[in-house]
Design a protein around this ligand. Sequence first.
Ligand code: PLP
Length: 391
Amino acid sequence: MKINENFNNLKASYLFRDIAQKVNAYKSANPAANVIRLGIGDVTLPLAGAVVEAMLKATAELGIAQTFRGYDDGGVGYDFLRDAIAGYYAAKGVTLGTDEIVVSDGAKSDLGNILGIFAAGSTALIPDPVYPAYVDTNTMDGNKIVFMNGFADNGFLPMPTDGLTGDIIYLCSPNNPTGAVYTREQLKTWVDYANKIGAVILFDAAYEAFITDETLPRSIFEIDGARTCAIEICSLSKLAGFTGVRAGYTIVPKELERGGASLLALWRRRQTTKFNGVSYITQRGAEAVFSPEGLTQCRANIAYYLENAKIIGGVLDKLGIRYFGGENAPYIWLQAPDNRDSWEYFDYLLNEKNIVGTPGSGFGANGAGYLRLTAFGSRENVLEAVTRLQA
Ligand code: PLP
């Protein structure tokens, strides 16, 4: 057999391995040190009570003949969950058909799998810096990648430029790692641009639940014209702490057509052929996320993380350290003082302050000189970390 040679083009990612090695080496040399991890992108607070209750109930149902369930018919998600998601969008002012929502085991799977409906060799426009999965999935499929530069001057929010052209446009808002959020006007520019050139926007809304500023869009479908050019990929990972439970969904509007085909029909066909659905227990838990009680509990967790971000941002303000994000996002993207590079500043924080961040260079060439801090830690750790930063 022949292997997929595109795998040879993947850049080895040693980011988290190198971080772990450095942290372990420091800890072995300094066993008494209280090293605080402000680099992790995973949630830490437990699931909402309403979710746990719903999942326990669903588990019990599976143990009774009358309520037992096998395959989720078609594997695109039970109606009860897709209706609940449609209700969540209706509250944002977005009307969706239940059949436009396809449930999955998370955004990462959908981000990779969606490429199956695009021609091999497509051109992907990818922001830099950004969540690394976009680059790797396109590399595996042999697609052409054109980077769109994010830097301090554009607030890490790249916009269409003259001559920019491609088939797939990735937008991640709020952005991982920078925490930057597109405004309505900026997204409108992107939507008009995509409609003009016939490209499709893949809008990664994984962090939408962190947007508290009501003037900022939480879905691409809040923007006029998006239904003919955009697909939204979202997840319960950050909204509801489902990083381990696993549930997400992708929205493909009925009007979205390319090459005479409905992209919704292609995506549903792809999913029903290669995926057999998310467990009933998980889907009942996910349904509970969107109940009034579930949303109140999940939002309390998000408020906790946002307060962490505010505390970190407040101290950086006092110290005169430039940063992006920290509001409407769980990420604080700080510029290493004194023109230090990402790893130099990482080492300084680890060795002098016993704080672990994530070097920005791991998220793309434009991340050089930056460091990502996250708000997902405990309040106690955040307070201790900012005390050290201030000292
Ligand atoms: N998209 C972005 C921007 C992310 O940062 C992450 C995870 O950190 C994901 C998608 C993946 O989310 P999921 O847990 O739903 O696979």
